[in-house]
Ligand binder design. Structure first.
Ligand code: GZL
Length: 341
């Protein structure tokens, strides 16, 4: 209908009109957006979050759940800091939140001890502190409002109870069983609780030999390295208890490279924690015998706690997230497809 030349004239005309619009209204447009951001920032609840690191798939999911909860749309201004596994970085971040006078401080303590002073500073600044995932070991429990996370001792006992039942099923409950344990970050409440819970059950069985428990930092690299050491030291390992799936992935690699087999039909039983989607695929195919779930989706729980604090409603000292135990019997397609981490 129009020749090429006409299209060119039309295009230039449109460009001219757009340029004119931006010159006349553009600055107001951006000012409005900026003012809008400023106004909503003033009215938003400011939350400082110190996340301990990004060492595992679990931690990534935990971070995502927090970032998906404390959004501008939900009325929050989130200041998020990753401490890269170092307590001194968490201490610095918390002090920075205090100097910025945030409304709330949330943090996942990399280890249980060494927090009294900074928590006292937050208390004196009148800033409520909420623990996420892991606990702190403090005399004065008024230094934090509440803790949202898992019952790690119960998780450890769940692992022990599963092994009790499995040995009965295999008709091996009176035979000698050699166990090695890949432990998480030393002094973290997940390591302390899982070790203690499993030991509570193991102590009831004189035929369970815990050959060695060694820290592998919750990472797959370290899990493989420590498992290689165990394989060199102990030729007849029957069970590996690995305190998170990332260490389990590394350990399974090391066991297979040594020529031994793992899982439901293998000669080394694998007990893992976290229940990441990738790990549940390995439960479904029999590589991992059992996976004790540790739920990282704590953002919604934390949101609810702050809503209650804002409404000055009474708060419990502890909120536990819901968790399951997965074996080949209950890891269905529906479970695998429904996994959010
Ligand atoms: C558990 C959490 C642990 C996970 C690991 O609540 O603290 O830390 O089990 C993570 O995967 O690194």
């Amino acid at each position: 209908m129009f020749g090429k030349r006409s299209y060119g004239v039309i295009a230039v005309g449109i460009l001219l009109v757009m340029t004119l619009f931006l010159l006349l209204f553009g600055s107001r447009l951006f000012t409005d957006i900026e003012e809008e951001a400023h106004i909503t920032q003033e009215n938003r609840i400011v939350v400082g979050v110190s996340q301990l690191g990004s060492e595992s798939g679990w931690r990534t999911a935990n971070t995502e759940s927090v970032q998906n909860a404390f959004t501008q749309q939900n009325g929050y201004f989130l200041i998020f800091h990753n401490a890269r596994q170092k307590q001194e970085n968490q201490l610095k971040a918390i002090r920075s939140f205090i100097s910025q006078r945030v409304d709330y401080i949330i943090f996942s303590p990399v280890v249980e001890t060494g927090w009294e002073t900074v928590l006292q500073e937050a208390k004196e600044a009148g800033i409520p502190v909420i623990l996420m995932d892991r606990k702190v070991d403090v005399e004065d429990e008024s230094l934090y409002v509440t803790c949202v996370g898992s019952d790690f001792e119960e998780e450890g006992e769940k692992a022990g109870h599963w092994l009790e039942g499995e040995l009965v099923r295999q008709n091996r409950s009176s035979q000698s069983v050699n166990i090695v344990i890949l432990a998480g970050t030393e002094g973290s409440s997940s390591q302390i609780g899982r070790s203690a819970g499993f030991a509570t059950v193991a102590d009831r069985h004189g035929n369970w030999n815990i050959l060695e428990e060694k820290c592998a930092e919750f990472t797959s690299t370290k899990g493989k390295e420590v498992m290689k050491t165990f394989l060199r030291r102990y030729p007849d390992i029957d069970v590996v208890v690995s305190q998170n799936d990332d260490m389990t992935f590394g350990a399974i690699e090391a066991i297979k490279e040594s020529g031994r087999t793992v899982g439901v039909n293998g000669d080394v039983m694998i007990i893992s924690y976290d229940a990441l989607g990738d790990a549940l695929e390995m439960v479904a195919d029999g590589t991992i015998n059992v996976d004790i779930e540790c739920n990282p989706n704590q953002g919604e729980y934390l949101l609810e706690v702050i809503d209650m604090l804002e409404a000055e409603e009474p708060i419990e000292k502890r909120y536990y997230v819901e968790e399951d135990v997965f074996t080949i019997e209950n890891v269905t397609e529906e479970v695998l497809n429904g996994r959010t981490y």
